[in-house]
Design a protein. Structure first.
Length: 476
């Protein structure tokens, strides 16, 4: 759908924008330029939302209190743009849809409008780093080949792409990180899609694991997707490759060779894997191609090798081994993801505030190695901490618990059958927890912030939590 079609679609129509966060602000501006009659629903008033909201009020935008339980709230609205954090089956939205309103989102509008080739990346873990790697490798390829076009990156990683849509061309690429919240109601897919893995996550928001899986799989269910990359080592993503005629590439960190990775139901699929220290790519009846020596990767941990594999797989035909190696030799990582903060008195401090699930903390523990002092806790996501508790008793030098979930993690530690004498402290205040971790470490040790929980009990987001940690450490 082109811009003129969208203008014709919304001009003069009543459009409800649910939530006035970072991604919906440019949406309101764009819809206003198309002549829509806009009503913003938010828990805060325009005065609380700031000068841009007050300017919108002066320009005729209506602001009302968001009341999801009110079935009449959106009565008579033509289009409902949902922010990702609002469930689509709340009473207000369900009633509106039953009465003829069209439910959509800022991201769906971007997909409709952009002429760029869209590469979408989702998964329970690894999607942000994979998104960054994909963007950097693609930029290297365009520059090396002297091709026109730019690479835009945004989506769930915090950058709304809608403000750039009018400057994008068919030569451009948009590398988009997508969450389950965004994907849940989307009826359009990117041109190329990556599903890094699907493990239990956000079960405090999704009704159950099946709903979460269905949301993630939307990335490959619709037009115009023409290639999908799936993790062969993850049972959920492996199975998603069944009964699809979309070209599939399977990625495996555990097995080597096309015949050991590609399942029988997808014998036309390609494979990316590690063999003899190299990331390799192979298609059916083709010669194995070496892409990247894993020794060239600056990022620590096997999971980051896997992230490179996803990027290599989705960029097949768009970037070559030279482009991948250029990035591998220079890219030191994304902030808040196993980020080395500093060394002080012989102690190394690592910020992995992004680790909001037990599975992410397990991966970080494996990547860091040794016997770190680990800071855990925050807001619980209704996930299981038993496997993490057992790993902490095997590996950690000390554990400091903080935030709302401290008691739940302590219970998992207390009932762990492999319990050892690893010291465990609880400090409700985050700053006190950091100081406690420092006191438990000595020269040669590592202090690792890897919370296994969200930040929303004490911080606006994981970035604020990570920055607070770094400030406290840099003040030592």
């Amino acid at each position: 759908m082109d811009e003129s079609s969208i203008r014709e679609m919304v001009s003069g129509k009543r459009v409800a924008v649910l939530g006035y966060g970072i991604s919906n602000r440019p949406l309101v501006r764009l819809l206003g330029s198309y002549g829509a009659r806009i009503e913003v629903y938010d828990e805060k008033s325009p005065d609380e939302l700031g000068p841009e909201a007050r300017e919108n009020v002066r320009n005729g935008v209506r602001f009302s209190a968001w009341k999801p339980e009110n079935e009449q709230l959106l009565s008579g609205v033509d289009y409902v743009f949902r922010t990702p954090g609002i469930r689509p089956d709340c009473a207000a939205i369900s009633s509106a849809v039953r009465n003829g309103s069209v439910l959509t989102s800022e991201m769906e509008l971007f997909f409709d409008l952009t002429p760029a080739t869209v590469i979408g990346i989702t998964g329970s873990d690894g999607k942000t780093t994979t998104t960054n790697l994909t963007r950097r490798i693609l930029e290297s390829a365009l520059e090396r080949r002297g091709l026109p076009g730019r690479v835009y990156m945004g989506g769930n990683c915090g950058v709304p792409l809608l403000p750039f849509v009018t400057e994008m061309t068919r030569d451009d690429f948009a590398v988009v990180e997508l969450s389950s919240f965004q994907l849940m109601t989307m009826r359009r897919s990117p041109n190329r899609a990556v599903l890094t893995n699907v493990t239990p996550n956000h079960l405090n928001w999704h009704r159950d694991m099946n709903e979460y899986i269905q949301a993630k799989s939307q990335i490959m269910r619709h037009r115009p997707v023409s290639r999908v990359v799936l993790n062969a080592d993850n049972a959920v993503t492996l199975t998603l490759g069944k009964n699809t005629d979309i070209p599939v590439t399977y990625v495996s960190l555990r097995r080597s060779g096309w015949h050991r990775i590609v399942p029988e139901w997808q014998d036309r699929a390609s494979a990316v894997y590690v063999k003899d220290g190299w990331i390799c790519r192979s298609a059916p009846h083709s010669t194995e191609e070496r892409i990247l020596d894993t020794a060239d990767i600056l990022l620590p941990g096997a999971h980051n090798t896997e992230n490179y594999m996803f990027a290599i797989a989705v960029l097949d035909g768009l970037a070559g081994p030279e482009d991948v190696r250029n990035v591998a030799l220079s890219f030191a990582g994304v902030e808040h993801r196993l980020e080395i903060v500093r060394e002080w008195n012989g102690i190394r401090f690592i910020n992995s505030s992004i680790d909001s699930t037990p599975s992410r903390t397990l991966v970080s523990l494996q990547a860091v190695g040794g016997h770190p002092v680990v800071i855990l806790g925050g807001r619980d996501k209704h996930l299981d901490y038993d496997e993490l508790a057992a790993r902490l008793y095997r590996q950690a030098k000390g554990v400091v618990l903080t935030g709302e979930a401290a008691g739940l993690i302590r219970e998992a530690l207390d009932r762990c059958p492999g319990k050892t004498d690893v010291p465990v402290r609880t400090e409700p205040v985050f700053a006190d927890a950091v100081r406690a971790a420092v006191s438990m470490a000595g020269p040669g040790d590592t202090v690792l912030l890897s919370p296994a929980c969200t930040s929303f009990d004490a911080f606006a987001n994981f970035e604020e939590r990570g920055r607070t940690f770094k400030t406290l450490i840099n003040e030592l």
